[in-house]
Design a protein around this ligand. Structure first.
Ligand code: CP3
Length: 354
């Protein structure tokens, strides 16, 4: 394993001293970059980009060539697990993900295999190994998965959703079937993340994009409990190196105290929560990642710089903050604005670490 030249991101996640606040961006490799769109075109489909390690590696590294980022994130998707379970994933142009065989009955849940990541998801671990060779320790590489709950929303709905009627219908009508599905997914997510770690990722992140659509009680029972179970399945404390784990629940600001007790080293927060307030609530239990509104990148440079300053000031002095957006970057954002955000973090953050 190559030693890291820049481990600022890892230290911040572990709340160890840093010289400045590390910065990276959710969805930092993607359609807002013309060089991404070129490779994407060449690959044909989004999934063919994900399944070719050389191409996945190339687009993972693209944002690092443009911006002074402190982490790389594996280029892949959260829907690789349900795809490997045999649901038949496709991305219709401009429509988002679709599953040919959604999962809605007890029999369908029971028939779902838990995929062996070194078999059906080998393209992901191959990409990790290749990216780590190309990165050569410049910055840490983040591996990731969807949370069991968020994966279940796509698997039951058969794609994206605004109302979540099918998945919440199943949860309320047949909670035991939902628990069986989530238990299987926690197992699959744990194995998948363990395989990414064995292949060399330096940190892991669980995306719970849709945890925030649940009520407080349902969030704990159907989302957080299984995000915790997936983490425990990895067995991070049995590893010989420390691999920090991050949990991001969009809309999770109201449940930070509960999230801080799930065993993760850090929590990602969206832009609706004040980060200073979040820090006071979680105390020294976890680090925090976030939380510029992704649409703030539509603003002129001066406003972006002011927003960055405001977030750094709200978090205040000391380690434990990773600067990021509150959700993924939008495809129509000008890369120049992203650069302005990254440079503002480099410029303003050292003052908070003296
Ligand atoms: O952050 C990164 O740069 C790493 C790559 C990454 C992608 N998806 C690439 C991608 C990551 C971490 C994800 C996670 C992901 N995928 C999530 C959770 C994070 C979040 O944003 O909340 C979710 C919900 C998905 C499912 C998914 N995949 C959706 C809803 C879409 C959008 C469909 C569309 O066409 O808008 C995708 C496709 C996808 N994943 C793209 C990228 C760059 C765009 C596909 C393309 O280039 O055509």
């Amino acid at each position: 394993m190559t030693r890291l030249h820049n481990d600022c991101f890892i230290r911040a996640l572990l709340r160890q001293p840093v010289e400045r606040t590390p910065v990276w961006m959710m969805r930092q490799a993607g359609r807002y970059l013309p060089e991404y769109r070129r490779v994407r075109e060449q690959a044909g489909s989004f999934m063919s980009l994900c399944t070719q390690p050389e191409l996945a590696c190339e687009v993972t590294l693209q944002p690092l060539a443009r911006f002074r980022l402190d982490a790389a994130i594996l280029f892949s998707d959260i829907l690789t697990i349900p795809d490997a379970m045999g649901l038949g994933l496709s991305f219709a142009e401009g429509e988002g993900p679709r599953f040919a065989r959604p999962v809605r009955s007890a029999a369908e849940v029971r028939a779902l295999p838990v995929p062996d990541p070194e078999d059906r998801l080998r393209y992901v671990t191959d990409a990790v190994r290749l990216i780590q060779r190309e990165l050569g320790g410049r910055v840490p590489l983040i591996g990731f998965s969807g949370s069991p709950w968020t994966l279940a929303t796509y698997m039951v709905e058969g794609g994206g959703s605004r109302e979540f009627r099918k998945v919440k219908g199943l949860m309320y009508q047949e909670p035991q079937v939902m628990h069986e599905l989530l238990g299987k997914l926690a197992e699959a997510v744990g194995l998948y993340l363990a395989a990414q770690i064995a292949a060399g990722v330096d940190a892991i992140m669980v995306f719970d994009t849709w945890g925030g659509v649940l009520s407080a009680a349902q969030y704990r029972e159907f989302s957080l409990a299984y995000a915790q179970q997936a983490l425990e399945r990895i067995g991070l404390d049995r590893l010989e190196r420390k691999v920090p784990a991050l949990l991001f629940t969009k809309g999770g600001g109201q449940w930070l105290e509960a999230m801080a007790g799930a065993g993760y080293d850090a929590l990602g927060i969206d832009w609706t929560t004040d980060i200073g307030e979040a820090r006071r609530r979680v105390g020294d239990r976890v680090a925090l990642q976030g939380n510029l509104d992704p649409q703030a990148l539509y603003a002129p440079e001066q406003s972006i710089r002011a927003e960055v300053e405001r977030i750094l000031e709200s978090y205040g002095p000391g380690s434990g903050h990773v600067f990021n957006l509150g959700h993924g970057v939008w495809p129509d954002v000008d890369p120049g604005r992203v650069g302005a955000m990254v440079e503002a973090v480099h410029e303003f953050s050292p003052a908070w670490h003296r």
